[in-house]
Design a binder for this molecule. Structure first.
Ligand code: PMP
Length: 453
């Protein structure tokens, strides 16, 4: 069967070709601006992955508010990408914008804390639990620093990660499982060290493999998302997280939960909603309403162990920290977000909208008898162009259909709906309107009608 994700190849090609042309033809201003100004960037984009959006050239954003963007050519776009979670609570939430305006008059960075920092720490503990907090600027850095602490207190070399994971550009986690072996992922630029010396990769939902890896005595930490969100979404089996907790405790490994995406689950993230018990907790992206900020915290017990390590550590750089981290603007935004934006009320709206979207997309998929499925984790919804549920990273990788996804994303954008690139993720913010959700469902239906009818 030559069909791709259930679609006849010629239909897919026809859609992809037409939609790419339509995108390009309808954006003369964007094209002219890029032609005039993109040559000073390496490869024409400020971040290399901006080339990886599926459109023929990037969309230039003129304006963003709530859950909508306006592009340079004046099109109003419903934004379900929301900066891949950075803007999960909507673009420029009013309390955050106000906090920025206020702080802007009082300095942007000075390497010293503020009263807002103290208030933010209190709010972090109220929201996420009794952890001893540190501030970073990206979730990547927060994970890197958490791993340093885990290695320091355990004296062990390796991090255990799951095949198909993503925790930012943390070198140690850029591994995959290949024929049962931990290997560096293909494509890493300038990778010289042997990552299998510092990481072990096993499949998600495979407690037997986790146990075997821990038995080596080399594992300092298990680093995991509660749900795998960075491939096609994979939900944990019942008992998986309890098993991880138990195995980590019995083998003296640190359990690090990365909530950077699963913060969509509800107030306090998946950890609070599902009662996980991590030793370290990491969240970034939306935690300060879109101001680059990440937080990482450790339990009091781990903090005591780290203090003992720290006391006998030779003088010198810790290898943790960046100059602009924990700056007053971050704290102003963190406090505003935690106190006024990331609220139970906001999550209730997000949850309701996401349930509507998931139901609508599932209905469309069923109506067209597409061999696809939908997964939802609170405000995060994903359609997957393969049958489900998926149980691990290998299955998620096999379910990924880049060609179908690229055509679909461009077709959705031409119908006014932006979804996250690289997978099929959609987020519902508190600002997302019902009519935006319904427009996305209708656009999805129109496209599937063409592909499957
Ligand atoms: N952790 C998870 C679970 C993520 O999804 C990401 C980014 N997609 C990161 C960490 C890294 O975040 P950042 O790019 O802000 O460093």
């Amino acid at each position: 069967d030559p069909r791709i994700a259930g679609i006849r190849p010629e239909r897919l090609t026809a859609l992809a070709t037409r939609e790419a042309k339509r995108f390009a033809a309808s954006r003369p201003k964007t094209r002219a601006a890029l032609a005039a100004g993109s040559q000073h960037f390496l490869d024409g984009v400020p971040m290399h992955w901006m080339k990886d959006w599926p459109m023929p050239f990037p969309m230039l954003v003129a304006e963003a508010k709530g859950a909508a963007l306006t592009d340079l050519d004046g099109y109003g776009i419903d934004d379900f990408c929301l900066g891949d979670t950075g803007s999960m609570f909507g673009h420029s939430p009013a309390p955050v914008a106000k906090a920025i305006r206020k702080q802007a008059r009082h300095g942007l960075t000075y390497m010293l804390p503020t009263e807002a920092a103290l208030a933010a720490a209190d709010l972090l503990t109220q929201r996420f639990g009794a952890f001893q907090w540190q501030i970073a600027t990206t979730a990547t850095d927060a994970n890197r620093f958490a791993l340093r602490v885990a290695r320091a207190v355990t004296g062990r070399p390796k991090v255990l990660v799951f095949n198909g994971c993503y925790h930012g550009t943390v070198d140690d986690t850029m591994v995959a499982l290949h024929d049962g072996q931990t290997v560096a992922r293909p494509g890493l630029v300038g990778q010289i060290s042997d990552l299998s010396q510092t990481a072990t990769c096993v499949e998600f939902n495979d407690l037997t493999a986790v146990e075997a890896a821990l038995a080596s005595g080399e594992i300092a930490a298990i680093l995991t998302e509660p749900v795998m969100t960075n491939s096609c979404m994979v939900l944990p089996d019942p008992g998986f997280h309890a098993g991880l907790r138990d195995l980590a405790t019995r083998n003296g490994a640190v359990l690090i939960i990365d909530e950077t995406h699963t913060i969509s689950s509800g107030l306090g993230g998946y950890t609070a909603v599902h009662g996980l018990v991590p030793d370290m907790f990491v969240v970034g992206k939306c935690v300060a309403g879109g101001m680059p900020t990440a937080v990482w915290g450790m339990t009091a017990d781990l903090a005591r162990r780290f203090a003992a390590y720290d006391a006998q550590r030779p003088a010198g750089h810790s290898g943790m920290g960046t100059t602009l981290s924990a700056n007053p603007m971050q704290f102003a935004c963190l406090r505003a977000t935690l106190a006024e934006v990331m609220t139970a009320k906001a999550y209730a709206r997000m949850e309701k909208g996401a349930a509507r979207l998931a139901k609508g997309l599932s209905r469309v998929i069923a109506a067209h008898q597409a061999p696809w499925h939908v997964v939802r984790v609170g405000a995060r919804v994903e359609f997957i162009c393969a049958p489900g549920p998926l149980r691990n990273g290998a299955e998620a990788a096999a379910a990924h259909q880049p060609q179908v996804e690229a055509a679909l994303h461009t077709a959705l954008l031409n119908r006014g709906c932006l979804i996250a690139p690289f997978h099929n993720m959609m987020l519902i913010s508190p600002a997302t309107r019902t009519r935006q959700i319904d427009r996305l469902i209708a656009a999805f239906d129109e496209i599937l009608t063409e592909l499957f009818a």
